[in-house]
Design a binder for this molecule. Sequence first.
Ligand code: SF4
Length: 337
Amino acid sequence: MDNSKYLKLFSDCIPVKGASRSCIYDLGRNTYQLIPNALYELLVTDEGKKISDIIEQHDNHPVIIEYLEFLLTSEFIYLCDKKELKRFPKLTHKYLSPDHITNAILIRDQKSNFDFKTIINQLEELGCKHIQLIITEDINIEILKSLIDHTNKSILQAIDVTIPWKNNDDIQNIIELNKQNKRLKRVYFYNADHNEIINKEELDILILKNSKEDIITNSSPDPSYFRVNMTLFNESLGYNSFFNRKLIIDEKDNIKRTLDQKDTKIFGNITSTKIKEIINDEGFRKYWNVNKDSIKTCKDCEFRHMCVDTRTPIHENQEWHYEKKCSYDPYTNTWTN
Ligand code: SF4
């Protein structure tokens, strides 16, 4: 390490402080690295300083040299000359999207009346690129295929499907379906007799013992669902990364803003209401701006810009919080399950 050089953090490596430890979000490589809070402090207070000055300021403590070497070999920082420092400005983290709705959850059972094709057309008009289709009853693979076929030629980029588990034939059926429609990215089988994750090129199949409710409602975040990327990071700074620009149509064809059974607010029925008629309704947008930085406990969590959870926040005593505790405790850094 050349001690005459100056410390510069790569602009796509963002340190995020938690209550008991911190995290570097590597938005270029879509990964993260947990770090002690002392290293976070070094990154935010000593960036732009000369390496020799940083070491001296910390009384030549061997841990500081170790930290710097770790940051350098992990390519979170680089060393440059003083005059080069200003040539590498920070990234601006504005979330900008021309889309009115970015993602939709469509819940369907045998009694649902909604016309899938009409909904896809309406969502497409509003810019929606991602849908999650939740099937609450056992359905024939041909019915699932015919639903997904309605997305052919649409602007949709990704379809996730949540469906009850029957047997091993399901796996092959889904792989065949994915060959015909590459938008199918992730399939969750619930109520299975075992847990298994199968990754096939661009398709993830998750066979889970969990109930449907565990997967879709009020479930506490699972670290295997954490995603580190620039869009999610930027969105999470200003918005709730689950609720922002989300639309839900339940099995009774009602348009809703959450998956929470206790949230009885309905914004019309898709058989008679056009989605574009309700997207500016303030009540429909109630949770869009409730970012994790404004929610009790989450605001102290180092995972808050990669964690997307479906729980509905509650506003009480001038503070947002969740009724059900998260399985992660950012004060002790422990998971309970
Ligand atoms: S505390 Fe909040 S941000 Fe952290 S893992 Fe739990 S829900 Fe996510």
